[in-house]
Design a protein around this ligand. Structure first.
Ligand code: CVU
Ligand code: MN
Length: 591
């Protein structure tokens, strides 16, 4: 199989030192190298790649006191698939002579806040050089002075080191991968008009395109793993509860047709996955070309309308692939956007690369004001929902993790797949019903997943938008999922499409910008879709966006959590305006 596995980019650590031999350098060698080793340990124990394996770091062979050692380090890093660079130092060293000059690797410098030797002075001097050369870098130094030789990494430094590395690795991991569009534009949805310049220039990714008929060809010609198909069908029978058909009797498919649809959507699931990442089994079966896949780290399936007017819809494949488990057990979620909305697909990917969790793709469908809820249900919203809430709902791409049936120490959660246990996967499946698709919308049938997300989860919703003349912008809303009383949920949900997954979402209001009330958040959303997952990680999205030079058009992240390259401060003291100006000045990372 041509798919390359286990070659994730490494974090390169550069110990920087004062080059003066004959006393100064020698006195600093051990401490400097130890700083690098300590960060390596922190990273390797805390951070994971998307397959759950620990992140790998590589340290320069020697401390870097001048340009020849900087060059040797650059060479070593190039040879060893480094994608993110962190320089560390406890002392004064020579800025432009030691700095990392790579044009695209995300960069940071940790200057030890000591005073016996001035690491933070090197940090300031070298950040100035980065700014002067147009190579933005993140600056890290602790709030409180430490003693020389103190090996402890203070909590504030740890936060910055980890925030930088998570976002930097996301940048490095997506580079060279593809967005695979299966089909074309869905119902005039702009995000499914896939823009190759955006992918290439901003994400370093390529675009792959296959016609949807490729799925049909593989089904009809038997180009899938038949043994896996049998196993999958048996699993589906046991684990996927079919809902009652809500279609008018005259529109319902026969039992025989419905059984055929189950087989069809299971094959579609296998085939979409194989199209994305390849499958060595196909080579054994004599399909060498199909075994290769498209190196897709994210994909989108057009579905509506040509496919769904004719054939079973993509809801089952999308929901299962996006989930952290299937008939092969608990495994990493795939990122598959419904309606081929590539911009929401990328929103999913950003969240997934930062948190390693499954993502919930949804229409941002309805703002329910407290008055409207009261009018329709007689119930006065209270608690987190007292100022109203937003109904997130779309057939298709919501991962079953979005049921909220996994747990962590704080209650319901969506976790990285390696933290999910068998019981939790089963509970997510038990909380899901598969309704015969609404045949008004989906004439070809299929099955839509239906669940209600557990309330009480902190979540972050985001969306990448594309604006002519401006380029991509990211919007972010941290908030919570909420539970509604049963009768309220039923009344509100039954007004929409009750065969789809529902999440009731409340953004955190800050009293500023678009976050003055819930209505404004929905009104300012840049498109029909958003993607959310577990936790409040808006600050990590902001760091990642800055690395990619994508300005953030709205967010509700507390100011003290913002972490952007040092140069951003030179673009003005209003953070949002400065972000726009900096991104415009630097332009896309891979231009
Ligand atoms: C069935 C409908 O066409 C839905 O798919 C539609 O409301 C959307 O999801 C639009 O994004
Ligand atoms: Mn939609």
């Amino acid at each position: 199989m041509a798919t390359i596995t286990n070659t994730y980019p490494k974090i390169g650590i550069r110990p920087i030192i004062d080059g003066r031999l004959g006393g100064v350098r020698e006195s600093l060698e051990m401490t400097t190298m130890q700083m690098a080793k300590n960060v390596k340990k922190l990273y390797e124990q805390t951070l994971f790649y998307p397959d759950g394996s620990p992140v790998q770091c590589i340290i320069a062979d020697t401390c870097i006191g001048g340009v020849s050692e900087a060059a040797a380090c650059a060479h070593k890093f190039e040879q060893n698939n480094v994608g993110v660079s962190l320089s560390v130092t406890p002392c004064w060293c020579y800025g432009s002579e030691t700095m990392d000059m790579h044009p695209t690797w995300p960069k940071a410098i940790w200057g030890f806040n000591g005073t016996e030797r001035p690491g933070a002075v090197y940090l300031a001097a070298t950040l100035a050089a980065h700014n002067q050369f147009g190579l933005p870098a993140f600056g890290i130094y602790g709030h409180d002075v430490q003693d020389m030789g103190d090996e402890n990494i203070p909590a504030d430094v740890k936060d910055r080191l980890l925030g930088f590395a998570r976002a930097g690795l996301a940048v490095a991991i997506m580079r060279g991968k593809s967005y695979l569009a299966i089909g074309s534009v869905s119902m005039g949805i702009a995000g499914s008009i896939v823009m190759p310049d955006l992918f290439r220039e901003y994400f370093g990714m390529r675009n792959e395109y296959v016609d949807s008929t490729e799925i049909l060809r593989r089904i009809e010609k038997g180009i899938y793993d038949v043994a896996e198909f049998d196993k999958a069908m048996a699993w589906v029978k046991l684990n996927c509860k079919e809902g009652d058909d809500k279609n008018p009797t005259e529109k319902q498919f026969s039992r025989l047709q419905k059984d055929e649809h189950w087989a069809f959507v299971v094959k579609m699931t296998q085939i979409i996955r194989d199209l994305m990442q390849g499958n060595s089994k196909l080579k054994e079966l004599g399909f060498g070309e199909e075994a290769n896949g498209h190196e897709a780290i994210v994909s989108g399936f057009q579905g509506q309308r040509q496919w769904t007017d004719f054939l079973p819809n993509g809801d089952f494949p999308e929901a299962m692939l996006n989930s952290s488990f299937d008939w092969n057990g608990i495994r990493a979620p795939f990122m598959v956007a419904t309606e081929n909305d590539s911009l929401n697909g990328m929103s999913m990917l950003l969240g997934n690369l930062l948190r390693h969790t499954a993502q919930i793709f949804a229409d941002v469908r309805t703002y329910w004001s407290p008055d409207a809820v009261k009018r329709v249900t007689g119930w006065q919203p209270e608690g987190l929902g007292k100022d109203g809430f937003i109904h997130l709902i779309n057939s298709g791409s919501a991962a079953l993790d979005g049921t909220g049936r996994q747990q962590n120490e704080n209650g319901p959660a969506m976790k990285p797949f390696w933290e999910i246990n068998e019981t939790e996967a089963r509970l997510c499946l038990e909380a899901t019903q598969w309704y015969p698709a609404n045949n008004g919308y989906f004439r070809g049938g299929g099955y839509s997943s239906q669940f209600v997300t557990s309330g009480g989860m902190p979540v972050t919703m985001c969306r990448l938008n594309l604006v002519k003349g401006l380029g991509p912008v990211l919007q972010i809303a941290e908030g919570y999922t909420i539970d509604l009383p049963d009768h309220v949920h039923s009344t509100l949900n039954n007004r929409t499409d009750p065969t789809w997954p529902t999440t009731w979402f409340v953004p955190v209001l800050t009293g500023e910008g678009n976050f003055t009330d819930v209505y404004n958040v929905m009104a300012a959303w840049g498109a029909n879709h958003g993607s959310f997952s577990y936790g409040h990680y808006g600050h990590e999205l902001i760091t990642l966006a800055a690395m990619l030079r994508i300005p953030v058009s709205m967010h509700n992240v507390p100011g003290e959590k913002l972490f952007r390259p040092a140069a951003w401060k030179a673009f003005g003291s209003d953070n949002e305006g400065a972000d726009y100006r900096a991104c415009a000045t630097y332009g896309p990372l891979y231009k």
